[in-house]
Design a protein around this ligand. Structure first.
Ligand code: ATP
Length: 235
């Protein structure tokens, strides 16, 4: 479904990605792990058109999208939820969700998708007329994911959805992602929290300094002593 090959990204003086290759098959959750500065966010930005790669290709559903504009890429069903939630704090929860439908012409379809999100996330339904900024961190993260779902994605790019959340809240965000995936959306999940990500992912990659240093099935990565030492807190 997504095939990234030989991706190279330079910022001023920083070689952030060096020949990175990553694939996501239809129906998968793929975790992209690594420490601060490893190049995870850059990978998502290069896929969604926010950053121009110097070299390499990004192919989505058999079509090359490298260097396409972000809105064209999103319209194809490849939707990026950036780090830091970015909920519109003065708009209500319902208005935040409606904004997700800006590219969708069919109003009935938007209503149907929002109704489904309220089923998945009853706490948002209870608070639909409350301002986005009044939600807890975890609820804002779920709202950001919910808003992305209104666009009808086939592949979601999620950037550190666990950031700054307490462990129990991280667990509910991960359950939400697993449920969305079970309903048919593929996911590329960037996380520093390797334990949480490998708990729901099918496969994963580990990046270091813009290079892929490990890849494998989630079970294999969880059992790999190099992953345990560096990313699972030595468990
Ligand atoms: P984090 O978990 O901290 O977000 P990351 O794995 O997502 O880390 P990136 O944000 O992709 O890493 O950064 C990769 C490298 O590129 C880092 O060395 C970072 O300092 C650098 N970098 C990222 N964005 C820019 C930018 N806009 N200008 C210059 N350098 C950048």
């Amino acid at each position: 479904m997504l095939d990234i090959h030989g991706l190279d990204v330079h910022y001023d003086g920083v070689h952030a990605l060096r020949g990175l290759s990553v694939t996501v098959e239809q129906g998968e959750i793929v975790a992209l792990l690594g420490n601060n500065g490893a190049g995870k966010t850059t990978t998502l930005s290069a896929i969604s058109g926010l950053v121009r790669p110097g070299d390499g290709t990004v192919v989505f559903d058999g079509q090359e999208i490298t260097r396409d504009k972000p809105h064209t890429i999103a319209a194809r069903g490849l939707v990026h939820v950036p780090e830091g939630r970015r909920v519109f704090s003065t708009l209500t929860i319902h208005e935040n969700l409606q904004l997700g439908g800006y590219m969708v012409r069919d109003q009935a379809e938007i209503r149907k998708r929002i109704a489904h999100i309220y089923e998945l996330l009853p706490r948002l339904a209870e608070r639909r007329d409350q301002q986005g900024g009044t939600l807890s961190g975890g609820e804002q993260q779920m709202l950001a994911i919910g808003r992305a779902l209104v666009t009808g994605p086939r592949l979601l790019l999620l950037d550190e959805p666990s950031m700054g959340l307490a462990p129990l809240v991280v667990a509910s965000v991960m359950r939400l992602i697993a449920q969305i995936n079970a309903e048919g959306t593929s996911v590329l999940l960037v996380e520093q929290n390797a334990t949480a990500a490998l708990g729901i992912a099918h496969r994963g990659y580990v990046l270091e300094n813009g290079v892929r240093i490990l890849e494998g099935h989630a079970v294999e990565l969880r059992a790999d002593p190099r992953v345990a030492d560096a990313y699972l807190g030595g468990m």
